[in-house]
Structure formats: structure tokens, C-alpha cells
Design a protein around this ligand. Sequence first.
Ligand code: FMN
Length: 363
Amino acid sequence: MSDKKQFTSPRKLDHLRICAEEAVESGDAGFGSIRFVHNALPECDRGAIDLSARFLDHTFPSPLFISAMTGGHEETKEVNARLARAAERYGTGMGVGSQRAALENDKLEDTFSIVRDEAPHAFLVANLGAVQLRDHGIEWAERAVSMIEADALAIHLNFLQEAIQPEGDHNAIGCFAAIESLCREFSTPVIVKETGCGISAATSRQCWGAGVSAIDIGGWGGTSWAAVESIRARKSNNAGARNLTALGQDFSCWGIPTVVSLAEVLATGGPVIASGGVRSGMDIAKALALGADLCGMALPLLRPAMESDEALCSTIDALHEQLMVTMFLTGSVRVADLRKVPLYITGMTRQMIDKDNPARTRR
Ligand SMILES: Cc1cc2nc3c(=O)[nH]c(=O)nc-3n(C[C@H](O)[C@H](O)[C@H](O)COP(=O)(O)O)c2cc1C
């Protein structure tokens, strides 16, 4: 077993604790630059509002998606169990964190498979890094899916994090080819997912071309893995930690803001999960209005999930309440109606999503 392998599981716990306890968010996802046009005569019954959403041939009672976070260490099992109980209760989709630790050490499998035990009916998404896919091929993809009886597999892209991790993989060559061959050979839908830097129009075109079933944009403006790894380096006493702490801080500004990434990816195709800095039901409504199919949240659900089932459910109830009020005040009975609602888009977000911006049209 290489050093990298030995450290996957403890690293998972470090990440969870750092995200729960420290300031790990950076940037502006762009939701503050969007305002709905208030409809003073909405002609809509709040009691009739329908939050259901379609994604990959499934109908979900809510457009909220519980983004990939955890598993891979004994102490993460209860957090995954709580997230899964919420997914089962609300009928939301849910992703698990990278399954690498359990693929390396099958004693950790139950920290992931608990989600299927607790959520027998939920749409569950397995998770594997693009580097692990390249290095271990379809065999790991199949094991990840069967471990949780997943409905889809997310291949995560996290090269900013890899660049700042002392044990990170700094060679990205061959990852796209691995995604292409997975899409050719695999019967389970493949979702390509960033983890906080967003996906551009050019990358999304490549992904659709490879045959991916959906894209989760994981844009900038929420949890920053540059910040997480910078804090992790500061807390360690390893040689070189000072440099990595500084490098992480320098790159916490790196990435495509979520709203901009959403506009870029939607211009190339779909379906799309909007995630990265989605922080309220109103943000969910804004992402849906721009065209997202589902909206993923990680950090805002992590802290209540570490506390109790009740704390997690009251967070989700509050999000649904905010989404419903936003729909009511825009006269939107269904999610599809939100897409017709006029929006004000201001400032840098507006400049960046302008259709003449070269980033949207140039490969
Ligand atoms: C504690 C924690 C662990 C995460 N682990 C993973 C992971 O293993 N795989 C992955 O694809 N994304 C992972 N993510 C990224 C999230 O799925 C999401 O893309 C990102 O945090 C942006 O969403 P947010 O701003 O709502 O947190 C993790 C996020 C958090 C907070």
C-alpha cells in the first residue's frame, strides 16, 4: 500500500472537521447579482405550488440535491446515515463522497452502503475521482456503483485541490480519455462534477461529446477546496506546510462563479445540477430560473447533519419554505414557470454571462 493510500481515510475526517469548524467559503457565486422581478399580482395559490423536478428520467418531489460530502472513515458513517434519512424523507437525490477510501479498504464500505440502507428509494449518486477512474478503470466504477446500488455515478474533477494537497495527484493526463471510455462502456448514467471551480462552456462541450449524461457544475463561490487544503496544511507540521498554506490562500479566488458557469454550461446542453455557494431557497429558485434541473448543496447541510436529524430536517424545511415563497411572489406554480420569470442581472455576473463574452463562444 502506498503512502497516498494509507492516508485517504484520515484525510476524509480532516476534511469533514475543517469544513464543519472553520471558515472555508470564499468568493461570490453570483446569486447576489440576480433579482427576481416582483409580481405584485401573482394570480397563484401558494397551496398549489408544486416543487417537483425532472432529472435523468426521474421525478423528484424537490429540486434540492444533497451534494457529495462524506464516507470513508468510521466517524463519517452517522453523517451519511442522517443525510440519507433526509433524502428518503424528502425524496431528494443524494451523492456520497469519494469512495476511494472504501475501494482501497473494503472494511470502510459500510460508511457508504449505509446510505442505501437508510434510503432504499432515493436516487443515489456514487462518486469517484477522475484520477482514480484513469488509474483503476471501469472496475472501480462498477464497484463504486454496486457498493451503494447507485442510480448514477459522479466523476469528480478537483485539480485545484490536488494541486494544493501534499499527497495530491498532479498529473491530469488521460482523465478525459478515461471519462470517454467509461461513457462508452458503462450502463449507469455518468455525471461529471466539479468541486468548487466551475465548468466552462468548452469543458462542457467536451463532456457532452464524450457522452456524459449530466453535468454538476460545482462552481466557485461556496466551499473552497483551496481554503480547506490551506487550513489543513497550516494545522499539520509537515515540511512545506507553510508554502501550501500560502498557495491555498492565493488560489481561493480561483474558479468560475456558479451563476456564470451555469450560464456557460446551459448554453451547451443539459441536464445540469447547479451547485457551489447555493445558500438559500431563493438561490435555488434563481438557479432554476436560469435553467438548472436540480440544485446541489453541501456545506449548509453538513453542519446540521453533524448535529441531529431534527437540525437537518429543519434546515431543509426552511429551504423549501424560501423556495415556495419565491415561487409564490413570482406567480410560479411549477418549476417550469420559474424559467419564464423575468430577472434583473447586474454587475460582473452580467458582464461575464454576456453572450458575446469570448469564454462562452470560443473553444
Ligand atoms: C465536507 C465536504 C466533503 C466533500 N467531499 C467531496 C467528495 O468526496 N467528492 C465530491 O465530488 N465532492 C465533494 N465535496 C464537494 C461538494 O460536493 C460540492 O461540490 C462543493 O462543496 C460545493 O458546494 P457547497 O458550496 O454547497 O459546499 C465535498 C464538500 C464538503 C463540504
